[in-house]
Each structure stands twice: as structure tokens, then as C-alpha cells.
Design a protein around this ligand. Structure first.
Ligand code: NCD
Ligand code: ZN
Length: 345
């Protein structure tokens, strides 16, 4: 196959940041994606409906006029979140989901949740109104090895939470382990998962072999090869519970290339090309549209985009800039480490 036409994709987990960075990165997502779930981990975070309305306005103001893109807003769950504010932001159509960051799990997560008991009224309200909870699924206990933090989260936090609030619809974000894949496959209809582009393409060797490579460092951190293979199998299987959330997370190069580099990989530019490559390798191009364009809308109760896009397989590899230049500074683009021939026509 040298050409494939799919409904215009959506990105169900995206960091757009704010200010000059937002202006620098938004055009790339808006070019290839019709909608995206916008992560709320700004400084300060997007906590209330009013915060989300203001952030959505800043995104729309930064959007180039010729691009058609709808930001789907999320609220950052804190121990002070008001269930009534969440419910009204959802009822008005302003906010699509709430994001749970265990406090300290990742970039700008210090205002996240320490004690799930304190947010039960919010979660119960969300279960009642059918509003999804997006979860960063890693424990933060310093005694737990960083490569085990997702699997331990599933056993010690996610599973008890689902037993306690079975009606709550949960998106387990950016699964990176076979345990995550197996858990979602074994669960009922109220659990789905996003998978990133980079976790389908790299394992932890990319970060650590031949010198430390900060541009492959993200959270959850890439795991060993067997986990990458499990993710590829799930993503390309056609199972409706798995769909794309790029987790494209730009940081300027000086904040990545230093003694304590930030977590995050910027993949907005080349995600569709990389995914076509992965699905072709797996002999599953017929499942690409499910992963990028159909399963996510079905989960969030939204229509599939009517516009179509065509990906074309070129004779020679396609290229992207090594880095883009934003008003905040340069941002390195994800390098998939192998030639990619697919391109959005
Ligand atoms: C994200 C960021 O930079 O905001 N980083 C990342 O490595 N994915 C936060 C997150 O989603 O964990
Ligand atoms: Zn993220």
C-alpha cells in the first residue's frame, strides 16, 4: 500500500503550553489534528471552569486563521476542586474531562492529588454526569523503582479506585507497560487508554545507550522492549479501547539538555508519519484510522471528523526540521531513529 486515506485524526493528550511556546507549537498540531484534549498542567494550573475558558480563548487567539482546530479543555484536579464547578464547566460544553496528576508524578504536578479520599466528591459527581477522568498513572513513592511506577499504580491506586467508583469513566493516559495493556483489556467498558507515538517507537535504550539522550526522556519513562511490543500489539489490534494521545510535550532545549532535564518529547510535527510507519510494519494499516480517528471520538461521545486526510508513502525518506524555533527558544523534534517514508499529502 502506498497511500491511505483516513478521517482527520484527533490527539487525545496534548501539551500546548502558553504564550510564545503555544504560538510556536500550536500550528503543527492544528495542521494534522482536528481536535485535541488539552492538558491543564500550566503554571499555575488550569483548575476552574473560568481558568479553562481563559486558556481556551488564548489557544483560539494563537490559532492561525486558516487552520480548523478545536481544543477540548480539561481541568487539573486538586484537593480543593469544587464538584459543582466541574459539573457546570462540563454541562456548558467548555470542559471535556478532568485530569488527575498524583502530586509530584511529572512536569508541573505539585498541585496534584496526594490523598484520593479528598477528591471523592468530585469523582462521584463525575461518575454521575458521565464525565471522564484522565489519569497520569504512576505512583510517586520514592521507594518504587521508576520503571515499576505504572504497574504499581494500577495495582494499588487504579484498581481500588475503579472498585470504589465503578461508574467513573477513566482514560488511563499514555500506557507504557504490558501490565497497563493487559489491565485495560481485562476491564469493563468504563476504562480506555491512550498510547503515545514515541512509546510505540522507542524503548529505554534510546535514552541510555551510547550516552544519555535527554530528548528521549519523558514520563512515564520508556520501558524495556517487551513493553514496547505489547503497546504496538494493542495499538494496532483494532481494539476500540486504545487510541492516540501523542503527549507531545515541548520544552526548550536548554531545559532538556542540562543536569536535571525536563520530561517531555515533542512529536506534534511527525506523529502521523511515524504512526503510518508503525502500522505498516505491523501489517495493520487498516487499523490506523481506528487508532487515530475513530476510537477516541467513540470514547468521548463525539462524532468522527468528516474531513479526510491522505498519507502517502514516498520513495525516499521524508524529513522534518531537527528543531523548531519558538519565541521561548528552540525545541528539538522527536527523531524516530529510522527512515520514515510516510507523509501527510
Ligand atoms: C509532560 C509535560 O512536559 O508537561 N511530560 C511528559 O514527559 N510527558 C507531563 C506528562 O504528561 O507527564
Ligand atoms: Zn502529558
Amino acid at each position: 500500500m502506498t497511500e491511505i486515506t483516513i478521517p482527520r485524526p484527533d490527539d487525545w493528550h496534548l501539551h500546548l503550553r502558553d504564550g510564545a511556546m503555544l504560538e510556536g507549537v500550536l500550528p503543527y498540531s492544528a495542521r494534522d489534528f482536528a481536535r485535541a484534549i488539552i492538558m491543564p498542567n500550566l503554571v499555575p494550573p488550569v483548575v476552574t471552569g473560568a481558568d479553562a475558558a481563559a486558556y481556551r480563548d488564548r489557544i483560539l487567539a494563537a490559532l492561525p486563521k486558516d487552520l480548523d482546530f478545536t481544543p477540548l479543555m480539561t481541568l487539573y484536579l486538586t484537593e480543593g476542586t469544587d464538584p459543582a464547578d466541574v459539573a457546570s464547566a462540563h454541562a456548558s460544553g467548555l470542559v471535556t474531562a478532568v485530569k488527575l496528576y498524583p502530586a509530584g508524578a511529572t512536569t508541573n504536578s505539585h498541585s496534584g492529588v496526594r490523598d484520593l479520599g479528598k477528591v471523592m466528591p468530585v469523582l462521584e459527581k463525575m461518575a454521575e454526569i458521565g464525565m471522564p477522568l484522565c489519569i497520569h498513572g504512576e505512583v510517586t513513592d520514592p521507594a518504587v523503582d521508576i520503571f515499576d511506577r505504572e504497574a504499581v499504580f494500577i495495582d494499588t491506586v487504579l484498581d481500588p479506585l475503579r472498585a470504589r467508583v465503578p461508574e467513573l469513566r477513566i482514560t488511563l493516559e499514555h500506557v507504557t507497560t504490558s501490565q497497563g495493556v493487559d489491565y485495560v483489556m481485562g476491564a469493563d467498558a468504563n476504562l480506555a487508554a491512550t498510547i503515545t507515538t514515541h512509546h510505540l517507537m522507542i524503548n529505554r535504550n534510546a535514552i541510555l545507550v551510547g550516552g544519555i539522550k535527554p530528548h528521549y526522556y519523558c514520563l512515564p519513562v520508556a520501558k524495556r522492549e517487551s513493553h514496547r511490543l505489547a503497546l504496538r500489539k494493542a495499538a494496532t489490534s483494532g481494539d476500540k479501547r486504545f487510541f492516540l494521545g501523542t503527549d507531545s510535550a515541548p520544552h526548550v532545549d536548554p531545559l532538556k539538555e542540562c543536569a536535571c532535564g525536563c520530561a517531555g518529547i515533542f512529536t506534534a510535527i511527525n506523529t502521523l508519519s511515524c504512526l503510518a510507519h508503525v502500522f505498516e510494519e505491523e501489517g495493520a494499516l487498516d487499523h490506523l484510522a481506528g487508532f487515530t480517528s475513530r476510537n477516541g471520538p467513540a470514547w468521548y461521545g463525539l462524532p468522527v471528523n468528516e474531513a479526510m486526510v491522505t498519507l502517502v508513502r514516498r520513495e525516499t525518506p521524508v524529513h522534518w526540521p531537527e528543531r523548531i524555533f519558538t519565541g521561548d527558544g528552540p525545541v528539538t523534534v522527536f527523531d524516530p531513529l529510522l527512515p520514515i517514508h510516510w507523509e501527510v499529502a
